[in-house]
Design a protein around this ligand. Structure first.
Ligand code: NAG
Ligand code: NAG
Length: 298
């Protein structure tokens, strides 16, 4: 479904020379500054002195927003508080995506559920227009009770999905064995709240209860570090060392999971992973995708 939001565009493909190794920081969380509400006819709102953004969904429409800028490699954090109570049938998507027919995309999607039943956190990675790399999780907390931080670390070595600093998924750069890796198209940040009760909850069995509308999800504390930022006008700036950025930490540009983080990742995958394309031999009768071979996972 996510891919529909990434329809080919007429924008020229931007090629960025990634010479800079410093970084740009967009923080202080000002939603007016960094994002625009793109659809939903007033159902998306920026509140509280621009510190909070909310999306809502009712029977007539959902809503969505996108970043004003595109990012090339990034270490991107956002706090989300998901639709509480009976959220069955609703989907809150939060993802990065480039444009064009061979787009790249990194997805978080939160599939709602009946009160007391767990949300499903669905993840996927597209490179050059091809996804089919789903992993799904339940969470070890109630994601509707409070804000939690969902992070995407994207650099040349890997893509790491984290929740409150705990890595839940790692997608390594396996270009050496012929697996395309997103590394040459800048991506924009998108989010939307919409109705998907034809498939979202228990495979579509449980429908959205419109008596409970509007459904609302909230966002705060956006924080992005990127090596290149492309503005709306199309001009790209790859950071050069400036007084303010020189003191900032650029370690994320080459960050990989250390052994402590590997342990945490294993803990999540053992206890909370409910679907992994890499073990779905029925789905790939011709053989699992290359990156799935045990020897290729590290
Ligand atoms: C907005 O700010 C008010 C006052 O600081 C606070 O009570 C309220 O919880 C905030 N709203 C959200 C959605 O956090
Ligand atoms: C909803 O709850 C059921 C029952 O616990 C669970 O099997 C399912 O994974 C949950 N999530 C979704 C999106 O259906």
């Amino acid at each position: 479904m996510i891919s529909m939001a990434s329809a080919p565009s007429k924008l020229p493909v931007m090629v960025l020379a990634l010479v800079a190794t410093s970084l740009m920081v967009a923080s202080a969380s000002n939603f007016y500054q960094d994002f625009e509400i793109t659809w939903g006819d007033g159902r998306g709102k920026i509140l509280n002195n621009s510190k909070i953004l909310t999306l809502s969904l009712d029977k007539a429409s959902g809503s969505g927003f996108q970043s004003k800028k595109e990012y090339m490699f990034g270490n991107i954090d956002m706090e989300l508080k998901l639709v509480p109570g009976n959220s069955a049938g609703t989907v809150t998507a939060y993802y990065l995506s480039s444009k064009g027919a061979t787009w790249d995309e990194i997805d978080f999607e939160f599939l709602g559920n009946l009160s007391g039943d767990p949300y499903t956190l669905h993840t996927n990675v597209f490179s050059q227009g091809k996804g089919n790399r789903e992993q799904q999780f339940h969470l070890w907390f109630d994601p509707t009770a409070d804000f939690h931080t969902y992070s995407i670390l994207w650099n040349r070595q890997n893509i790491i999905f984290s929740v409150d600093g705990t890595p839940i998924r790692e997608f390594k750069n396996k270009e050496s064995i012929g697996v395309p890796f997103p590394k040459s198209q800048p991506m924009r940040i998108y989010s939307s709240l919409w109705n998907a009760d034809d498939w979202a909850t228990r495979g579509g069995l449980i429908k959205t209860d419109w008596n409970l509308a509007p459904f609302t999800a909230s966002y705060r504390n956006f924080n992005a570090k990127a090596s290149c930022v492309v503005s709306t006008s199309g001009s790209s700036s790859c950071s050069s060392k400036s007084a303010s950025s020189a003191s900032n930490n650029t370690a994320w540009l080459s960050q990989e999971l250390d052994s402590g983080s590997q342990e945490k990742l294993k803990w999540v995958q053992k206890n909370y992973m409910i679907y992994n394309y890499c073990t779905d031999t029925k789905r790939f009768p011709q053989g699992l995708p290359r990156e799935c071979a045990a020897a290729n996972q590290h």
